[in-house]
Write a protein that binds this ligand. Structure first.
Ligand SMILES: [Fe+2]
Length: 294
């Protein structure tokens, strides 16, 4: 019996037949991406937001539905290579040294290697490997310039930067959307592809980004930890009154009906309260929205 057949024989029949192979591959890609989200408590919802922004920009640029789906998937996977960055660098608050910055800059190459052999790796390769390239050639890892950067990578690049600016970090509050869009406009053609920057700015003007910024999922705003800022991610499965904890400092809260504010409970998370888990319901909803089979 071949190795593949031996492994397949170990999978219980109901599980083996539950998903089509392409769907199973998508689940494995999304689950991989979640490892990155789990590593950094300050990036709750970052992958979902970049994915949603990227889909809107792709639509705005007139890309076909299947292509926009690929861009959205690339947005979710783009930072996969951060799995390979040590906590001391990835989670450092404040200025990185030159050596530490050099380590951060390896993440697109780490990501490229990780997805290279994945069955659906080719779909997300440009986003994973090239989202930090810049039209002026000052990006990394390859230092490509304007006509040589794939559109998917350019779309994900500007959306990633916009989300970084408008999200909280341990050392700063989120930047207002209008200011972040000004920076995107100022950097069009240098840091950001002009078409993608213009599309994102137009979307911002038409208020199409408001339901994504500061949210971790459709209709679910990030909740504010009193000490750390907007770090608390609720899922659609959350029930009013259930305990939640800030993933950054462990402060315990509960939710109240009719209010986005959290009420401190005086409890502190124990180790099991902070176990990160992929939101499989969200992954299923994201896969249902994709059309990457064509
Ligand atoms: Fe990145």
């Amino acid at each position: 019996m071949r190795l593949f057949d031996r492994i397949a024989a170990l999978i219980p029949a109901p599980l083996a037949s539950r998903r089509l192979p392409i769907e199973a591959s998508l689940v494995s890609l999304f689950s991989l991406a979640w490892v990155v989200e789990a590593r950094d408590p300050y990036t709750g919802g970052h992958l979902w937001r970049v994915s949603e922004y990227a889909r809107l920009v792709a639509d705005r640029l007139g890309l076909a539905q299947a292509e926009a789906g690929r861009v959205a998937l690339g947005g979710f996977l783009h930072d996969l290579g951060k799995i390979g960055i040590p906590d001391s660098v990835l989670l450092k608050a404040g200025q990185l040294s030159d050596e530490q910055y050099a380590v951060i800059r390896t993440h697109p190459e780490v990501g490229r290697r990780l997805v290279a052999r994945h069955p659906l790796g080719a779909i997300v390769m440009d986003a994973v490997h090239l989202h930090h390239e810049r039209p002026d050639g000052k990006g990394y890892p390859l230092g490509l310039s304007e006509p040589g950067i794939p559109l998917t990578a350019s779309i994900v690049g500007v959306c990633d930067a916009f989300d970084a600016m408008t999200s909280a970090r341990p050392y700063r509050r989120p930047m207002p959307i209008e200011r972040a869009l000004e920076i995107v406009r100022e950097q069009r053609g240098t840091q950001f592809d002009s078409r993608c920057a213009d599309a994102l700015v137009d979307l911002g003007r038409s208020m199409a980004l408001l339901h994504i910024a500061g949210h971790s999922e459709d209709g679910i705003p990030l909740r504010e930890c009193h000490a750390c800022g907007p770090t608390v991610v609720l899922t659609k499965a959350h029930r009013i009154g259930e305990p939640v904890f800030c993933p950054a400092c462990g402060t315990g809260y509960e939710t109240r009906a009719g209010s986005d504010a959290l009420i401190a409970t005086g409890k502190t998370a124990n180790a099991s309260d902070l176990i990160p888990a992929p939101d499989m319901d969200l992954i299923d909803r994201l896969i249902a929205k994709l059309d990457v089979s064509s």
